[in-house]
Design a protein around this ligand. Structure first.
Ligand code: FES
Length: 160
């Protein structure tokens, strides 16, 4: 099995290849950051500094872009993203309460990842299942009209 250091140097080697390739396009930064997030799973400061050095641009420019777009994350993501719909129908039907119940069950706030690395909770716009409001989605699975902490506990357990 590859050691952590070996894995990291492979990740940096892949990133370097990506940078070399994408450098040729105009304004390559977003594309490079997307690829870096795919390779590392998130965008820690060290990775941002590496990209800054390779592109010869200030690291704070990269930091600005990473923090501007919510699809970039500076903390490790969980194995599953638990997306809570915050669209109008879901909001009206109790999405804030649902978030509170999920927070209590998972021990995290919106945008955070559980300690066991299993779930990252995030908010999304309408997922097209308004009749089931309030809704949350884990991977391909959509859960609607969840109104008790017992149901949430049972659903969360399925992913362990
Ligand atoms: S508003 Fe939540 S599914 Fe449409």
């Amino acid at each position: 099995m590859a050691s952590a250091t070996q894995m990291q140097s492979e990740q940096y080697a892949r990133l370097k290849e990506v940078i070399e390739e994408k450098k040729k396009i105009r304004n390559p930064l977003i594309e490079i950051l997307r690829s870096a997030q795919e390779i590392f799973g998130y965008l820690p400061v060290e990775v941002q500094e590496f990209i800054a050095q390779e592109l010869d641009i200030p690291a704070n420019k990269i930091y600005g872009v990473v923090t501007f777009y919510n699809f970039f994350s500076m903390t490790p993501r969980g194995k599953y993203t638990l997306n809570v719909c915050m669209g109008t129908a879901c909001f009206v039907k109790g999405a804030p309460h649902l978030v509170q119940m999920l927070s209590n069950q998972l021990g995290i706030q919106m945008g955070e990842t559980t300690q066991d690395g299993l779930f990252t909770m995030s908010a999304v716009r309408c997922v097209g299942a308004c009749s089931l409001a309030p809704v949350f989605v884990i991977g391909e699975d959509t859960y609607g009209r969840i109104d008790s902490k017992d149901k949430i506990a049972e659903i969360v357990q399925r992913y362990h």
